[in-house]
Design a protein around this ligand. Structure first.
Ligand SMILES: Cc1cc2nc3c(=O)[nH]c(=O)nc-3n(C[C@H](O)[C@H](O)[C@H](O)COP(=O)(O)OP(=O)(O)OC[C@H]3O[C@@H](n4cnc5c(N)ncnc54)[C@H](O)[C@@H]3O)c2cc1C
Length: 332
């Protein structure tokens, strides 16, 4: 259920398996899109796409060299990039499900699905349509424009502006010579104002306006993962790295974990708990910052654990990880 990044990748991985798989997407085919800034990491996406015989390099739009960060106290710095790119996300989703049985414009009721299928995979992202509602959900509202510039883009690489107190950030993600995604997510709801401020300053033509909440509650807070015949995969069970709002790769990895344990829900739950354990720690750090009860001294051990994890996985995050940058963000 849901042909986002998790559902479509799962379809591609199951296409030639022993299972009969049917995909449902509530949007009509001509309106099917992906509300997202389309930023990801080349090396990991290449590995994941190789599993379904797709060459990821064909979808890359902009290959990042550096990300410019503007802090609210006017401090500015650059982060060296090694693999962070933008890509044609909806194009790849559509290619994942090419030749699959996908029913667009349909969001059947749970009872209907239960009567027809052995297993229902909830890949409906934030909506989590087929699983029980979460008790302790946590999400940020977002807003985004796709902008077409007349001559050329105002910035030729990635730019972000974190909001005060780490309540979210504004982003400018280039999409080739004339296009860019500009948008923001903010717990304190300054996201629309900040996006419009940038738009007024740099102009361009808005070709699309979108927005939906992004779930920051991590898998440890998104139980149950399964209920009756339904099992959740992707953002429906909180697979977003809360510090960055990165959900594409984590949701595809969740699909891989699901495939490994699809006959054993308990093992799936344990494998998800293990893989996303650090996400829970990162979420607690972000939440403390947002709720203004963060103390660098009390949270030093967590900050160090997050730094060590990101430093060890520098290639996976596609950017240079330095303690000084993490502290600048933590102190903001
Ligand atoms: C504005 C914004 C910008 C983002 N930018 C980035 C980024 O640059 N990089 C990154 O890594 N992550 C980003 N993310 C996060 C990332 O987009 C998501 O975490 C990721 O796409 C989750 O994938 P998913 O397949 O689980 O869910 P989704 O991609 O949300 O897909 C869910 C699908 O289910 C469909 N659906 C919903 N309900 C039903 C139903 N009842 N029946 C059938 N279909 C249904 C929806 O139409 C949709 O197609 C961003 C998120 C937002 C909101």
């Amino acid at each position: 259920m849901g042909m986002g990044v998790a559902g479509s990748y799962l379809m591609a991985r199951l296409k030639n398996s022993e299972h009969k798989v049917v995909g449902y997407e509530r949007s009509k085919k001509e309106r099917h899109d992906s509300i997202c800034a389309w930023g990801t990491i080349k090396s990991t996406m290449t590995e994941l796409c190789n599993k379904v015989g797709i060459d990821f390099s064909k979808y890359v739009i902009h290959d990042g060299k550096k990300m410019h960060v503007i802090m609210n106290n006017q401090t500015e710095f650059d982060i060296g990039l090694h693999g962070l790119c933008t890509y044609n996300k909806i194009g790849l989703i559509q290619d994942f499900i090419k030749d699959c049985d996908v029913r667009y414009g349909e969001a059947p009721k749970l009872e209907q699905l239960e009567a027809e299928y052995d297993l229902i995979v909830d890949c409906t992202g934030f909506h989590r349509m087929y699983l029980p509602k979460l008790e302790k959900d946590f999400f940020l509202p977002t807003y985004e424009y796709k902008i077409e510039y007349q001559d050329k883009v105002p910035f030729d690489d990635f730019l972000i502006k974190p909001f005060p107190g780490m309540s979210g950030y504004f982003w400018y993600f280039p999409l080739g010579e004339k296009l860019a995604h500009i948008g923001a997510g903010d717990y304190n709801k300054q996201h629309i104002e900040e996006t419009d401020k940038f738009f007024k300053k740099y102009g361009g033509k808005i070709t699309k306006t979108v927005g939906r909440p992004i779930r920051l509650a991590t898998p440890d807070l998104c139980k149950p993962f399964y209920h009756g015949k339904v099992v959740g995969v992707g953002e429906s069970i909180g697979t977003v790295y809360p510090l960055l709002g990165e959900g594409i790769i984590p949701s595809m990895i969740c699909a891989d974990i699901f495939l490994e344990h699809m006959n054993d829900p308990k093992k799936y739950e344990k494998a998800v708990d293990d893989y996303y354990k650090i996400y829970g720690k990162v979420f607690k750090f972000v939440r403390k910052k947002i709720h203004k009860n963060f103390s660098i001294i009390k949270s030093l051990a967590d900050v160090l654990a997050i730094f060590r994890y990101m430093k060890k996985n520098e290639k996976r995050f596609g950017m240079e990880i330095h303690m000084r940058d993490l502290l600048k963000v933590a102190k903001a």
